[in-house]
Ligand binder design. Structure first.
Ligand code: ATP
Ligand code: MG
Length: 344
């Protein structure tokens, strides 16, 4: 037992199907732990979401943030956002989105979204800057002249850290190419800075052997549909990344197969792209694969072999052992049983 490596995993199930897919993913990870032998996962549950808001008046208690900060990684299910008309004015005023709060508090500046489609072998990753760009929400309206301006912040430091992240990600995930996605032909100062920073970092000897190139964002939107195989890792700014990753998710196997990660220098949170899906919650038919692929990303981050999990999910998919969203007829639990079975 002396060599057992301990990892603390903060588990935030959230609401709706978040609870169901996380429960099955944790069950799978416990089975995988037994196979690995040398690793112990300590699961620490923390609360967040609508249920928490309705019972304790706070969708994201401070305690949850504290627990998250004490752990090696965070596994996050999904949250139902309250409809403004369904909660009191007081709760409306104090409401803070759990996921946005966690991204901010933990400085999770890199949003990582792989696009996976087992049928066509599409396999690329969009790395989106998560803290600046157009989403600094610095807008104003000039009443007299009737125009509105939104500021877009691109900093040297912010660009450096996301671009370095993209190259490090490529290196540690055995990927061959990093593409900078920008619009520097028009936005010469802001995107000019982003591209120049990219070109500087690409020169670093550390990244010898990783190809670096760049594309305009509009051309990228077309190539994602027309020739997705040209992409491997993409590094881009906040708004472009937001739009392109939604576009890319339509290419992949759908919401049931789409994982994501939010990563910073100290903390990392892994969540499926899908939401809490109240329409199917409690029926036992939610697809757990996206969350299991999140779990595989979490293991990559913790430098633990994730291949058996990725292979097991792929095998279940290809054999048609899936939930209804992927045209199968299994329940959440039955899909998890298959995947656990395939781990061995
Ligand atoms: P939220 O408000 O929390 O985002 P939502 O109703 O928008 O919830 P999403 O999860 O964003 O739900 O997805 C939209 C629809 O896709 C859901 O209503 C559901 O029918 C389907 N869906 C999403 N995720 C899954 C899943 N893991 N398994 C099966 N179906 C899913
Ligand atoms: Mg939604």
């Amino acid at each position: 037992m002396g060599n057992l490596k301990n990892f603390k995993i903060c588990v935030i199930k959230g609401d709706g199907i978040g609870v169901e897919v996380i429960d099955e993913t944790v069950r799978m990870l416990k089975a995988y732990e037994k196979i690995l032998k040398s690793i112990h996962f300590e699961f620490i549950e923390a609360k967040a979401g609508l249920t928490e808001l309705m019972t304790n008046g706070n969708a994201i208690p401070n305690e949850t943030i504290e627990i998250a900060k004490e752990c090696d990684a965070i596994l996050f299910g999904a949250i139902t956002s309250p409809k403004p008309t369904e909660i009191s004015e007081e709760l409306n005023k104090s409401y803070k989105s759990p996921i946005l709060t966690l991204r901010k508090e933990l400085d999770l500046y890199a949003n990582v979204r792989p696009t996976i489609d087992y049928k066509s072998n599409i396999d690329f990753v969009i790395i989106r800057e998560n803290t600046e760009g157009l989403y600094i929400k610095d807008e104003y309206y000039d009443e007299e002249n009737e125009f509105a301006i939104a500021k877009r912040k691109i900093s040297k430091k912010g660009s450096e850290r996301i671009i370095k992240f993209a190259f490090e990600y490529a290196k540690s995930n055995n990927r061959k190419k990093v593409s900078c996605i920008h619009k520097s032909n028009v936005l010469r100062i802001t995107d000019g800075l982003f591209l120049k920073t990219f070109e500087e970092i690409a020169q670093d000897k550390k990244y010898n052997g990783i190809e670096a190139n760049d594309y305009l964002v509009d051309a990228t939107a077309m190539y994602i549909i027309k020739s997705p195989e040209i992409f491997d890792v993409m590094a881009t700014t906040n708004l472009f990344g937001d739009i392109l990753s939604d576009e890319a998710s339509a290419l992949g196997g759908g919401l049931g197969l789409a994982p994501s990660a939010n990563i910073g220098d100290k903390y990392a949170l892994f969540e499926p792209v899908h939401g809490s899906a109240p329409d199917i919650a409690g029926k036992g038919i939610a697809n757990p694969m996206a969350t299991m692929l999140c779990c595989a990303m979490m293991l990559d981050y913790l430098k633990i072999d994730s291949e058996p999990i990725k292979n097991a999910v792929k095998r279940a998919f290809l054999e048609g052992n899936t939930t209804a969203d992927l045209s199968g007829c299994l329940t959440t639990k039955e899909v998890a049983d298959k995947i656990i079975d395939y781990l061995n």
